[in-house]
Design a binder for this molecule. Structure first.
Ligand SMILES: CC(=O)N[C@H]1[C@@H](OP(=O)(O)OP(=O)(O)OC[C@H]2O[C@@H](n3ccc(=O)[nH]c3=O)[C@H](O)[C@@H]2O)O[C@H](CO)[C@@H](O)[C@@H]1O
Ligand SMILES: C=C(OP(=O)(O)O)C(=O)O
Length: 425
């Protein structure tokens, strides 16, 4: 079993570079099968979610070449193979194969997606959108079957602001006949990135990044070249790490506007955040004040950063409360942090944290992706050697993490240890 071993307390200094956005990558790759000629995407992160999607596209006959962050997808030979099992279970974003294959072939059969366990993660809004466009949707033995004679534009009001449903409906609607309007759409930067790729492929999309998106269906889409946006969640993780354990860290390849909610919270705590055009510098923190945080849809404080942020709050003076309004069970990091001496109590969708606490190394489990990121930050701070198990979750979303952290002075390594050392739930 692979684990990370981290010796805490090393001075972390220098520049750390952010990779391309996971949550864009996982939509851009499926989107490319809507084209009738090759699509090139540059700046992709080298994470397992990207490798899994590459394998999924290859399963359905696309030719995919991926080297140094550049993926060339030739979708011309792609066929409507059912994808009921296997790779689709490894990531959440395999649900984008539904919208993309429905858009291209007017039918698809895809297994229910995997991804982090954060409480219930239904896809009813995706299905409502596909049905509004004219698809018949059935759940047969754990796989979703989508069938349409033709797709026709429709007005779709999302009952829940959903990133996945917004993008999936866009994917299915760009080749539909007529106009689609998505109301109460999500506004995340990744949605704009996907709309940019689709527009450069010949789609007609207006309003991405606002809560009303208008799509005029077109006859066909062609290949193009696209550079992905930087990962605002990876950038935010590094900002939190810099505020928690840094001795002066520059985060490179970040769009400061994308991380404004985090920047505001850090400043409220007393952290200095110096914004450049594509860089953010965070000097060593002096004193940290406790704050309350509520996660919200973009541009609010992202749920994907609350778990790493909880580690920073263990170093703040006083009591802080984090409330996650997006997911009902996204505090699995707290049990693990408690093994490291943190004081945190989960109450419903909130966690109450007291600080400052002196974190001590322990053997812990990355229960999910951002819990894993939280434990890496805690390990960099803690006294002694921390072992993090189940790192496959971390490697779903952080590209070259060990190399990047070593580059700023961290003592972190990946090791293979015998199974018996696993921490039990
Ligand atoms: C691959 C990807 O981009 N993942 C991100 C995406 O996940 P994902 O697209 O799964 O998240 P959504 O924005 O869809 O979910 C937001 C909320 O809406 C609910 N919901 C969603 C769809 C639906 O059909 N019905 C429904 O009730 C969810 O349970 C959740 O409570 O946005 C989340 C919220 O910012 C992030 O945490 C994830 O990192
Ligand atoms: C929850 C996340 O990812 P996914 O939706 O892929 O599970 C995340 O990126 O924090």
């Amino acid at each position: 079993m692979d684990v990370y071993k981290i010796r805490g307390g090393k001075p972390l200094q220098g520049t750390i570079k952010v990779s391309g956005a996971k949550n864009s990558a996982v939509a851009l790759i499926p989107a490319s099968i809507l084209a009738d000629s090759p699509v090139t995407i540059e700046g992709l992160p080298e994470i397992s979610d990207v490798f899994t999607l590459k394998a999924l596209l290859e399963d359905i006959g696309s030719k995919v070449d991926f080297e140094s962050g550049k993926m060339i997808i030739d979708p011309t030979e792609t066929i409507a193979m059912p994808l009921p099992n296997g790779n689709v279970k490894k990531l959440r974003a395999s649900y984008y194969m539904m919208g993309a294959m429905l858009g291209r072939f007017k039918h698809a059969a895809i297994g229910l997606p995997g991804g982090c366990h954060l409480g219930p993660r239904p896809i009813d809004q995706h299905i409502k959108g596909f049905e509004a466009l004219g698809a018949k949707v059935t759940n047969e033995h754990g796989a979703i079957y989508l069938r349409a004679d033709e797709l026709r534009g429709a007005k779709i009001y999302l009952d829940v602001v959903s990133v996945g449903a917004t993008i999936n409906i866009m994917l299915a609607a760009v080749l539909a006949k007529g106009r689609t309007i998505i109301e109460n759409a999500a506004k995340e930067p990744e949605i704009i990135d996907v709309a940019t790729l689709l527009s450069n492929m010949g789609a007609n999309i207006k309003g991405a990044g606002t809560n009303v998106i208008r799509i005029e269906g077109v006859e066909k889409l062609h290949g193009t070249k696209h550079t992905i946006i930087p990962d605002r969640i990876e950038a935010g993780t590094f900002m939190i790490m810099a505020a928690t354990v840094g001795d002066g860290i520059t985060i490179d390849n970040v769009i400061p506007f994308h991380v404004e909610a985090l920047t505001a919270k850090l400043r409220e705590m007393g952290v200095e955040v110096v914004e450049g055009e594509e860089q953010i510098f965070i000097p060593k923190s002096k004193s940290l004040a406790a704050v309350d945080v509520k996660t919200l849809v973009y541009p609010g404080f992202p749920t994907d950063l609350q778990q790493p942020f909880s580690v920073l709050l263990t170093q703040a003076t006083g009591t802080s409360v984090i409330t996650d309004t997006i997911y009902s069970a996204r505090f699995k990091q707290i049990d693990e942090l408690r093994r490291m001496n943190a004081e945190g109590k989960v109450e419903g969708q909130s966690v109450i944290l007291s600080g400052p606490t002196h974190l001590q190394a322990a053997t812990v489990r990355a229960t999910d992706l951002r819990a894993g990121a939280a434990l890496v930050i805690a390990g960099l701070l803690a006294e002694g050697e921390t072992e993090i198990q189940e790192i496959k979750h971390i490697e779903r979303g952080y590209s070259s993490l060990i190399e990047k952290l070593r580059g700023i002075g961290a003592d972190i390594r990946k090791e293979n240890v015998p199974e018996k050392a696993t921490v039990k739930e």
